[in-house]
Design a protein around this ligand. Structure first.
Ligand SMILES: Nc1ncnc2c1ncn2[C@@H]1O[C@H](COP(=O)(O)OP(=O)(O)O)[C@@H](O)[C@H]1O
Ligand SMILES: [Mg+2]
Length: 261
């Protein structure tokens, strides 16, 4: 993580908010803190909050950069706030949003990890289970991942960047509960195209990082996905059929493109 980005955020947050970097993506950096944004000045040793910061991008024109950062930050916050209203869906709670500085604070989901055993997202979880990839725990977790995606699509939302790093696992009642995160490219959408693309992106992510076990993994995810639509009678069946048909079309397009190089 560049020192420049750290300096920027420390200047903005002031030293009263200590931060620990946990991830750096193309667009944002993610930190952990134990200070709540409405209670700055006090720190609670056991509290954990996520700060997601979108630093200015030097390669963009400054005014376009400011507009884009504000747009993505607001859009992620809005969609998180909307999705939190849906009881069947698991997303982290939004705590605060500062679109002008490209910063959001959200609930940290790894807090119940037994002594921080080193993974919080689905990608790391699958790596950790790679020596016993077909165990019942993995199956159960991936079916639940599929159910979360099914719920999202059933409610007519799309994720826009559905990779295995954008699913966080939280330990609840002795089981892993998947939460969808990173909604910067998410939207309300009734389009089967958007849903087909979500499913395709996730399928590719699983194939490219866990290729030996990908068939089983993808099958379990799709099992959970179908479960959700199956609970909604004829309407659910029709929507599922349309979505799966488009998923297949997106897949074919992807294959054609990779053949052309
Ligand atoms: N609320 C959260 N709780 C726990 N871990 C999180 C949370 N949000 C993000 N992370 C971790 O940080 C990583 C990056 O977060 P993300 O929001 O996807 O940002 P990016 O834009 O960099 O992809 C995730 O893959 C996950 O490991
Ligand atoms: Mg991400």
């Amino acid at each position: 993580m560049s020192q420049e980005v750290i300096d920027q955020i420390v200047k903005y947050l002031t030293p009263q908010v200590p931060i620990t970097p946990i991830s750096q993506g193309a667009e944002a950096v993610v930190f952990l803190t134990n200070v709540h944004p409405y209670d700055i000045g006090r720190s609670y040793p056991d509290a954990k909050y996520i700060i997601k910061y979108r630093p200015p991008k030097k390669y963009r024109h400054p005014s376009i950069d400011r507009a884009l950062t504000k747009h993505r930050t607001l859009s992620e916050s809005r969609i998180l706030a909307k999705l939190s209203q849906i009881p069947e869906l698991h997303v982290p709670r939004l705590i605060a949003c500062d679109p002008y500085n490209g910063c959001i604070w959200i609930e940290y989901l790894g807090e119940n990890l037994p002594n921080n055993c080193g993974f919080s997202n689905l990608k790391n979880y699958l790596w950790m289970n790679a020596d016993d990839p077909y165990n019942a725990d993995v199956e159960k977790t991936l079916v639940k991942v599929g159910q979360q995606i099914g719920q999202l699509h059933w409610q007519d939302y799309c994720h826009g960047d559905l990779t295995t790093s954008n699913v966080v696992l939280s330990r609840r009642g002795g089981e892993w509960e998947p939460f969808l995160i990173d909604f910067g490219l998410g939207s309300a959408s009734t389009l089967v195209e958007d849903k087909g693309v979500d499913l395709y992106v996730l399928e590719r992510a699983i194939i490219s990082t866990h290729s030996r076990f990908a068939d089983k993994y993808n099958m379990w995810i799709m099992q959970g996905f179908k479960d959700v639509f199956g609970q909604h009678g004829k309407v659910g069946d029709k929507k599922l059929k349309d979505t799966l048909k488009r998923f297949e079309e997106v897949r074919l397009r992807g294959r054609k493109r990779s053949m052309l190089g």
